[in-house]
Design a protein around this ligand. Structure first.
Ligand code: ADP
Ligand code: MG
Length: 257
């Protein structure tokens, strides 16, 4: 069943430098429980599209429906995780994860239990009393994930959440997000410019190109999880996406089936 429907959306920005057509005629349907990646180079409109879906901005033309209703503003059950760790620096890990629940008026005891459950889920038990500045980048992003999940969102929007992390931490977090997503079966829209990350995570990949921003193609990833980045089918798909971006695969890189 379709949960998010993007219909012929265009978005134009006017600034001192002139007009930019961030999105032109973008259509995309996301199914309930699906993991969709928006993949494309910098400037192709990924963040713009995510912000429109999350209700932070309005399209110039076209429309977006979630659960059949036009999106007009952010919604407490639709949470966005940004690249930079949007944690509250004066609160501890526990405080940060509890924050959203407190705002929603949860009781103290349920708030504590739920926060602890999600802290454990992202592997941060034992760090409840630390403040964000006492944590590594990867740990901070784990807190952001726990905080987002704690309010049990229907939809999770993630905008290059692991972009600032080192490669190995990033692989680990990709694994964890996959595991949590399989457990919780939430709908996820995940922005990345990293081809491997998109293939590793997504059920489907919306391949985007810039000037103006468009969804060029939507690819299904027909690979079982957990996925192996060195699997031939993985590499085959990677090659196909390289071609979409008109990037030549290295001549020395070839394989036979
Ligand atoms: N608030 C804004 N004002 C003016 N131009 C913007 C604004 N936000 C984005 N843009 C422009 O829209 C295009 C798409 O940007 P963005 O959605 O941030 O791309 P991406 O996230 O794929 O890197 C770019 O050309 C960018 O400069
Ligand atoms: Mg962006």
């Amino acid at each position: 069943m379709t949960i998010i429907e993007v219909r012929e959306v265009s978005k134009r920005f006017t600034s001192k430098k002139g007009e930019s057509e961030a999105l032109a005629g973008v259509s995309l349907a996301v199914r309930e429980g699906e993991f969709v990646c928006l993949l494309g180079p910098s400037g192709c409109g990924k963040t713009t599209l995510l912000n429109l879906m999350a209700g932070y901005d309005r399209p110039t033309a076209g429309g977006i429906l979630i659960d059949g209703q036009a999106v007009t503003s952010p919604h407490p059950k639709r949470i966005t995780i940004f690249q930079e760790y949007a944690l509250l620096p004066w609160l501890t890990v526990l405080g940060n994860v509890q924050y959203g629940l407190r705002i929603q008026g949860w009781r103290r005891r349920e708030t504590l239990e739920t926060a602890q459950k999600y802290i454990q889920m992202v592997g941060l038990e034992g760090y409840e009393d630390r403040h964000p500045h006492e944590l590594s980048g990867g740990m901070r992003q784990r807190v952001a994930v726990a905080r987002a999940l704690a309010v049990e969102p229907e939809i999770l929007f993630m905008d290059e959440p692991f972009g600032a992390l080192d490669a190995l931490t990033r692989l680990k977090l990709e694994e964890e997000v996959t595991r949590i997503w399989q457990e919780k079966a939430r709908t996820v829209v995940f922005v990345t410019h990293d081809i491997d990350e998109a293939i590793y995570l997504a059920d489907r990949i919306a391949v985007m190109t810039p000037n103006p921003g468009r969804v060029r193609r939507v690819l299904t990833v027909p690979l079982n999880r957990p996925r192996d980045r060195t699997d031939l089918d993985f590499l085959r798909l990677k090659r196909e996406i390289y071609a979409e971006f008109e990037l030549a695969a290295r001549p020395a890189f070839h394989y036979t089936i």
